[in-house]
Design a protein around this ligand. Structure first.
Ligand SMILES: O=C(O)CNC(=O)[C@H](CS)NC(=O)CCC(=O)C(=O)O
Length: 276
């Protein structure tokens, strides 16, 4: 199975981002991949709630979702849309940060709403309150594909190992971690977190990432870490996309999942304990 990770610098203009991703998906197909992955908030990075209200749509009306699903069918590709910011029916007006898995016939086979919200003061100049704009999801999601089971997570979820463990113990062989990791925490933690999740779960971890300086023009600027990555179940980094936008192709051998798990069967060694 050949994967392709799209590393992009999403702007706050969904139409522009869609144009770029569509063009890249044609290159993905030409490169012989079966399965493409895009980062968190592929459709729009903006720090302005007013701007998001003006350009984001509900899932039913979202043009990025419609167009990318059609393109999946046209190109015969499976597609993980890392996430889309979407309007919801919630009274408080919060958006959903929702990941989609689309099959090669253009059908949505799974959707997952990010559970853990990035409410963090990275530094005195850089504070995030994701839960102000987005409402958290409440359900872990596992999807069937022709290659195996895929567990869906998003970005900050990577810091909550019990979610990944639950996905793996329910049968996941691949875990997706689409991201818009902050530049500062990315440099310190990104690779280590991804490798730890792969080693603990015996899963392939596939993490397509936003990169660079985002022209979130109507508000505070955002800089993301890049380094889209695929990690094998034994912990080896199979690909690291660096910090430039582009496509990274990776060939996976799913047999490595069983191999790693039979060498270290920790996933079956949980024991109950009291306390602390
Ligand atoms: O803001 C949006 O539009 C979409 N959401 C994101 O980009 C989110 C919340 S700001 N980013 C993260 O979760 C980064 C986590 C991270 O950097 C870490 O765990 O260190």
């Amino acid at each position: 199975m050949r994967l392709a990770l799209l590393q992009i610098t999403s702007s706050d203009d969904p139409e522009k981002n869609l144009g770029l991703v569509s063009q890249m998906l044609h290159e993905v197909k030409a490169g012989g991949a079966d399965f493409a992955f895009t980062p968190e908030v592929t459709n729009c990075i903006s720090t302005s709630r007013a701007h998001q209200n003006a350009v984001l749509q509900t899932e039913e009306n979202d043009q990025t979702l419609v167009a990318l699903s059609e393109l999946s069918a046209e190109l015969g590709l499976w597609l993980s849309i890392g996430s889309l910011g979407l309007k919801t029916q919630d009274a408080d007006g919060r958006f959903a940060n929702r990941s989609f898995l689309v099959n090669d016939r253009g059908e949505i086979v799974s959707r997952y709403d990010k559970i853990h919200m990035f409410d963090v003061e990275v530094s005195s100049e850089e504070t995030y309150r994701e839960s102000d704009g987005y409402r958290p999801g409440q359900n872990a999601v596992l999807a069937e594909t022709p290659w195996g089971k895929v567990g869906l997570t998003i970005c900050y979820d990577v810091r909550f190992p019990h979610l990944h463990r639950a996905l793996a113990q329910s049968g996941a062989q691949i875990i997706t971690v689409p991201a818009a990791f902050s530049h500062v925490t990315g440099a310190a933690h990104w690779e280590t977190l991804l490798r730890a999740r792969a080693i603990e779960t015996g899963c392939f971890v596939v993490a397509a990432a936003q990169t660079g300086q985002h022209a979130a023009s109507r508000g505070q600027k955002r800089r993301t870490h890049g380094h889209s990555m695929v990690v094998a179940p034994w912990g080896k980094v199979l690909a690291d996309a660096g910090d430039e936008p582009g496509i990274t192709f990776v060939d996976l051998d799913l047999k490595e999942v069983d191999k790693a798990r039979s060498r270290i069967p920790a996933l079956t060694h949980d024991r109950p304990f009291d306390g602390p």
